[in-house]
Design a protein. Sequence first.
Length: 191
Amino acid sequence: MKDEIATLQIRVEFGITRMFDHACGNCEACLRGVLLSCTEPWAVGVEILRGAVEPDVMLRAVTAAAAFASSGASTDAVVLVLSDTPTLAKLIRTIHTGPVLESTSSADPDVRAALQGLTPTGRPDAVVTDRQGRAAVKAVVRGGMVALPFAEVDAPSVTELVQREVTLVGPKAVQDLVNRVGHRTEIEAFL
Ligand SMILES: [Zn+2]
């Protein structure tokens, strides 16, 4: 977790991973819709998701997808998902109508060949990753967007960001993802 007082907490009970939102709904951050930056989190949270998935996978996949959900990416953007697990790509495909490619590595020759056929530059318009921040910045088209999770990632240098004019987007609230998908049970089906 990034913050000492986490507004998003995960507990495992009887083999089920449960995510709780502790945001107060009333502080300045909450009123701006940035629930993950809540400054007055409740001691007791509200359950927002549950699934038979590792806690770290749930946190990273759900918050990276939430970042993409609130990013304003165009509906036909070519998106590359960089992740070691299939969960994140499944979530992105539920909220994005354009092409979604997935790989564990941006150097994957199959993905590179597919991108050559989809975009003039051979690079994706947006990259969503749950861990590989630096590889994502290097892979995305110049001026593109990278969506990151509410967790530590392999971070790009400032120079890399400036040179490539990449915009980094983080999650504001998991609710953004739930709203885009329609209902939490549809997300839970992928966990
Ligand atoms: Zn708050």
